[in-house]
Design a protein around this ligand. Structure first.
Ligand SMILES: [Fe+2]
Length: 290
């Protein structure tokens, strides 16, 4: 049986190099939104919804019904617009069940009080490895693909897979594994799960940063392409070779510009922290911690 081919529309946020997607059932108006972006002016501490409004306009113009708002993981480089999209679509918000581990880690790091629940209850649905769900007639399956973070998922929807930050385009490689709870060996094993999908499976990236010999952004490749050509993990790279390369490379990387605001908001499913007694909401800036 060949998998249905979802209609995939991409939305690129250049300030954070993030791709968001609308994934539509070819036989109905049902769709899902994957990895949305809430715009953030760091210097001003101001959020805005232009990126998310572009997605909503597309949904409205095409008369689509949003069944799911999906997060591949707690992003460290952009804020999620999930609450805004949920409010306007009524869709369910899903993420991996290991979000609880991520909430535990960052709840501690940011010294959150007991009002910050670490049970994933800010989300509507917590997916486990192997779970299935549907988008109209489209069948979707969840792969737990940790390594970049403990909660990372790959959503396999029809003949397409949304890999989050497991793989980047073949000429750019793989995601870093040095955030709390990340692990290069685990990422290698997760990537093998993606490589076990049919060769022609379309892979959609969460990020692109161009590559040394490429001037255009790119977001789509295939399992066959990645297996053969991925500069970090393709062409039969062994687990030990990968772990050595990834660990050495991670030691040279700076923290993403938006990591501190991103994790504080994304661990709350995209909600801003509760206001203090003057009615103002604040983010914390832990010093010399990360
Ligand atoms: Fe990420």
């Amino acid at each position: 049986m060949s998998a249905l081919k979802p209609v995939v529309t991409h939305f690129f946020d250049e300030p954070t190099n993030t791709y968001s997607y609308v994934v539509k059932d070819p036989n109905s108006s049902h769709c899902a939104i994957v990895d949305s972006v809430l715009d953030f002016d760091y210097a001003a501490g101001r959020t805005s919804t232009e990126s998310a409004e572009r997605i909503l306009k597309f949904i409205k113009d095409n008369h689509l019904t949003v069944d799911w708002i999906l997060e591949t993981h707690v992003h460290a480089d952009h804020l999620s617009a999930a609450p805004f999209l949920k409010e306007h679509t009524g869709a369910q918000l899903g993420i991996g069940e290991h979000i609880k581990t991520v909430q535990e880690t960052f709840g501690k790091a940011f010294n959150e009080g007991t009002e910050f629940q670490r049970d994933g209850s800010q989300f509507d649905h917590l997916f486990a490895d192997g779970d299935t769900f549907s988008i109209g007639e489209l069948q979707a399956q969840v792969l737990h693909t940790p390594g970049h973070t403990p909660a990372c998922l790959t959503y396999v929807i029809g003949d397409a897979a949304f890999v989050g930050d497991t793989l980047f385009m073949p000429d750019y490689g793989t995601a870093r594994c040095d955030f709390p709870g990340g692990d290069a060996r685990t990422l290698y094993r997760s990537i093998q799960k993606v490589f076990a999908l049919p060769d022609q499976t379309r892979l959609f990236m969460c990020h692109d940063y161009k590559a040394p010999d490429r001037d255009e952004y790119a977001f789509e490749t295939t399992v066959a392409e990645e297996k053969q050509n991925n500069v970090h993990v393709g062409g039969g790279t062994t687990e030990d070779e990968f772990v050595k390369m990834r660990t050495e490379r991670d030691a040279t990387l700076n923290m993403p510009r938006l990591i501190l605001p991103s994790v504080q908001i994304n661990m709350r499913a995209g909600h801003l922290p509760q206001p203090e007694n003057n009615g103002q909401r604040y983010l914390k800036l832990p010093l010399n911690l990360f």
